[in-house]
Design a protein around this ligand. Structure first.
Ligand code: NAD
Ligand code: 6OD
Length: 486
């Protein structure tokens, strides 16, 4: 049985609160770890350590040295890939394949790419004419913002946490990370690697706990925290915004989505099935970018539904220990109840259940896990909660459409604006339709294809701000204009 302590000022230690909570395995329902819960004193210790590190060696370190150290960190993470995989799959129930091919390499890349980018980023300079003819030089300086509070979710814990910690550290900040209570392991393990490569004490701190009245709320209200970067549910974002309002802390929010996949009749149907099998079922549908709404042009509707059904029924459910498993459990019993609530609601509302809709039966240890059947519905109106609300499970509703205007209107008729996926072989249509979709990320003939230099984030209720590339630099630094009269 594992114990996850707090990581503060370069040292693992028990919470001063004296409180702990259990971490339950999603794939078996059994307890796998005891986690220390940080309350006010612990949060204070972590933030103070982070603030002190800004004034110490880290704050004085030349940018090039800091970036080289982060490159070493990326290599050291890669060298410990098996440990990170084990930690991640135990907490999340993800397949080893997903952790090995996507989550852990991206964790290392999040440090490498931002370190490389910062190392080669220059500054802005504006010459100005003045009445006396001598002019002035304006230098736009970027300073680290300060102590950054990182609040991350459970659905891709290491990838999403490092997506924020990487640029925050590259820009010279220090961080206090509050990983989800459902996924404490990889953030904790990263402390060992930070120490091993010589990242100064206090630069990276980890506190565990819950949101309200626990570590999350306390961190976002701490007066010494300069900025909060948060990925999670839209409702949690609203709560954090209120908490961060006192002291006017800056926020960057990556929130929920109810993303459309749009399949035109001219699409390559093999490609459409391959892409949407991933966009609907990858990570058991627990991906903010997932496409729980699928719109299919009427001439290919029946063919598409039949082929996606066959694909869903071909998935093999199982935890990381199940040979050949292609789809894992949901993260927790609580989340499973939420998803099953939508499964029941869909049936009550008269949806056609194309496949799934329930809980699978197993005759082995998977029976204790939090599995649900991959599920496809058709036949519901666009104002149904199934089509409007983020479910965050392995499911989608498929609607037929007849015209571009009609499908664009349906795709945009949502309070969210995170992503969209368009399947078509017609480049002009891809551009025409894509440009009219109100979302931060639009893919054509692909999904979740990520160049870390590009902007990432959502509009409407899907977020505030963008991170990625230079956009991360904007959030994780403060600008000063130095105007030098010549
Ligand atoms: P969540 O909002 O329940 O929790 C996220 C984190 O916030 C956790 O660490 C939690 O402890 C913390 N938290 C909760 N209440 C808090 C409070 N009042 N103050 C401070 N911290 C608080 O989200 P989740 O269930 O872990 O993750 C799933 C959600 O995240 C989905 O809605 C998904 O769409 C979204 N998500 C968005 C993106 C994106 O990039 N847009 C990426 C991944 C996940
Ligand atoms: O790839 C990323 O950087 C990113 N933020 C992915 C988000 C996945 C959502 O579940």
């Amino acid at each position: 049985m594992k114990t996850h302590q707090l990581f503060i000022d370069g040292t693992y230690r028990d919470a001063r609160s004296g409180r702990t909570f259990d971490k339950i395995s999603p794939s078996t329902g059994l307890k796998i770890a005891t986690v220390h819960e940080a309350l006010a004193e612990d949060v204070d210790d972590a933030v103070n350590a982070a603030a002190a590190a800004l004034r110490g060696e880290w704050g004085q370190m030349p940018k090039a040295v800091r970036c080289d150290l982060l490159m070493e960190l990326a290599n050291a993470i890669a060298a410990r890939t098996p440990d990170f995989i084990e930690a991640e799959v135990a907490d999340t129930g993800h397949t080893r394949h997903f952790a090995e091919k996507v989550e852990i390499p991206r964790g290392a890349a999040n440090f490498r790419i931002f370190a490389e980018m910062l190392k080669h980023t220059g500054g802005e300079y504006y010459h100005m004419d003045t009445p006396d003819g001598t002019g002035a030089a304006n230098l736009e300086l970027h300073r680290p913002k300060g102590v950054i509070g990182v609040i991350s979710p459970w659905n891709a814990p290491f990838l999403l946490m490092t997506w924020k910690v990487g640029p925050a550290l590259a820009c010279g900040n220090t961080v206090v990370v509050k990983p989800s209570e459902e996924s404490p392991a990889t953030a904790t393990l990263l402390g060992e690697v930070m120490n091993a490569v010589g990242i100064p004490k206090g630069v990276y701190n980890v506190i565990h706990g819950f949101g309200p009245e626990s570590a999350g709320e306390l961190l976002t209200q701490h007066p010494k925290v300069a900025g909060i970067t948060f990925t999670g549910e839209t409702r949690t974002g609203e709560a954090i915004m209120k908490q961060a309002a006192v002291g006017l802390r800056d926020v960057s929010f990556e929130l929920g989505g109810k993303n459309p996949a749009i399949i035109f009749a001219d699409a390559d149907m093999d490609k459409a099935i391959e892409v949407t099998m991933r966009s609907v079922f990858a990570n058991t549908g627990q991906v903010c970018l997932g496409t729980e709404r699928v719109y299919v042009e009427r001439p290919v509707f029946d063919e598409y539904v039949a082929r996606l059904k066959a694909g869903a029924e071909g998935l093999k459910q199982g935890g990381p220990e199940t040979p050949g498993a292609t789809i894992g459990p949901l993260i927790s019993d609580e989340h499973r109840q939420k998803v099953l609530g939508y499964y029941d609601k869909a049936r009550d509302l008269g949806a056609t259940v194309v496949t799934g809709g329930g809980v699978p039966l197993f005759n082995d240890e998977r029976q204790g896990g939090f599995f649900v059947e991959p599920t496809i519905w058709t036949g519901l109106p666009e104002d149904s909660p199934i089509v409007r609300e983020e479910i965050f499970g392995p499911c989608c509703h498929i609607t037929p459409f007849d015209t571009e205007d009609e499908v664009i209107a349906m795709a945009n008729d949502t309070s969210y604006g995170l992503s969209a996926t368009i399947l078509t072989e017609n480049l002009s249509r891809a551009h025409r339709v894509g440009a009219r979709i109100e979302a931060g990320l639009i893919w054509v003939n692909s999904w979740f294809l990520r160049d870390l230099r590009t902007s990432f984030g959502g509009s409407k209720s899907s977020g505030i701000g963008r991170e990625g590339g230079v956009h991360s630099l904007e959030f994780y630094t403060e600008r000063s204009n130095l105007c030098l009269k010549l």
